[in-house]
Design a protein around this ligand. Structure first.
Ligand code: PMP
Length: 355
């Protein structure tokens, strides 16, 4: 290795789900929304004054923060926005978790957390999920962590820990920032957002990528105490003041302008998920009781990897993870009724031949 290379900070990057080139696929592998964003988004893009692009965007994203403030009833100085919740979470790790002491997250969880920890040289320990894949609440309540991050619902299990359990964790850890990552909260779990009034060390992150069908625009946001948000902004402005572009800021405001559409689409996904649970059960699968827009399924007779490969060959993409506790599961994103029908038609035939 040449001498300069020895000085490079080498990390193992996060592996995002595959984005197939062909459009002729049923894509149930990255928890995207199968429906288009609100119509107001299309109008906002069409009406966008392209000449304004010669100027830098508003670094404070005041329009979007104002719209989030109105939608969620949270003061603007308690809201932070970023380029997807990945950006918000990365900034949060950088702002709150660099004491040199260990942070905690579940062993089976969003696989970006350990990547950020390595990237920012943050020591971490994982708290194993219980055998039924639920969060080990007491494992997070020892009060000696230098940071905690938990998704609720968890990914890829889809399980909702419930507000009471999460509050117990937050209450037990006044010595550090606790991040509850609510990327999937709009599909039926309860948000811990009201708790930011009670705990000034609680940061709640959410995203437009899933429930608002805007993964391509990259909009994430966080709620917390004024102090937390100020610290986050200080780090953001020390990094890149213009994180969110001008078009995206307008797109975000437009998406928030149609709450009825948002509710309707979330409900459609929830209904489809419940229908999918019945059909997975009929086919012999077992799974944790998901409150998200995906289901984490396991078949007792056929290896997940085989099902994954057979689906892929038939242009149906789902997600398979390596890892001791998860390699025999598949994470299946909830698609439209037609997409799910095609999935179950294939699985029905495939399992009949296999079993
Ligand atoms: N948190 C969790 C638990 C996720 O699964 C994802 C999606 N990969 C994210 C955060 C980040 O989503 P985004 O950056 O699109 O907001």
């Amino acid at each position: 290795m040449s001498s300069w290379e020895e000085k490079v900070h080498k990390v193992t990057p996060y592996t995002p789900g595959e984005q197939p080139k062909s459009t002729n696929v049923i894509k149930l592998n990255t928890n995207e929304n199968p429906y288009p964003p609100a119509g107001a988004v299309q109008k906002a893009i069409a009406d966008f004054d392209y000449e304004s692009l010669r100027k830098y965007p508003d670094p404070t994203a005041a329009g979007l923060i104002g719209a989030l403030s109105d939608t969620y009833g949270v003061p603007a100085d308690q809201i932070f926005v970023g380029v997807g919740s990945d950006d918000v979470l990365a900034m949060s790790f950088l702002s709150f978790f660099t004491s040199g002491e260990k942070i905690l997250f579940p062993d089976v969880t969003y696989s970006f957390y350990d990547v950020w920890a390595d990237e920012f040289r943050i020591p971490f320990e994982t708290v194993p999920l219980l055998p039924d894949f639920s969060i080990d609440i007491d494992g997070f309540c020892k009060g000696d962590a230098a940071g905690i991050v938990i998704p609720n619902p968890n990914a890829p299990t889809g399980l909702d820990a419930g507000t009471a359990a999460l509050e117990k964790i937050i209450r037990s850890n006044p010595q550090c920032v606790v991040i509850i990552d609510e990327a999937y909260v709009d599909f039926g779990a309860e948000s811990v957002l009201p708790l930011i009034e009670k705990y000034d060390n609680l940061l709640v992150t959410q995203t437009f990528s899933k429930s608002r069908a805007l993964a391509g625009s990259r909009i994430g946001f966080a709620f917390g105490s004024k102090k937390l948000i100020k610290y986050l902004n200080d780090v953001k402005y020390s990094f890149n003041s213009y994180t969110m572009d001008a078009i995206t800021q307008k797109v975000g405001v437009a998406a928030l302008s149609d709450p009825e559409y948002f509710k309707m689409r979330c409900l459609a996904i929830i209904n489809e998920r419940e229908r999918a649970k019945k059909r997975f059960t009929e086919l012999g699968f077992d799974f944790p009781d998901s409150k998200s827009n995906f289901i984490f399924v396991h078949h007792p007779k056929v290896a997940a990897e085989d099902i994954f490969a057979a689906l892929r060959e038939n242009n149906i993409f789902v997600r398979h993870f390596d890892g001791e506790r998860v390699h025999d599961h598949l994470r299946v994103t909830i698609g439209t009724e037609e997409q799910m029908d095609a999935l179950f038609e294939f699985l029905g035939k495939y399992l009949e031949e296999k079993a």
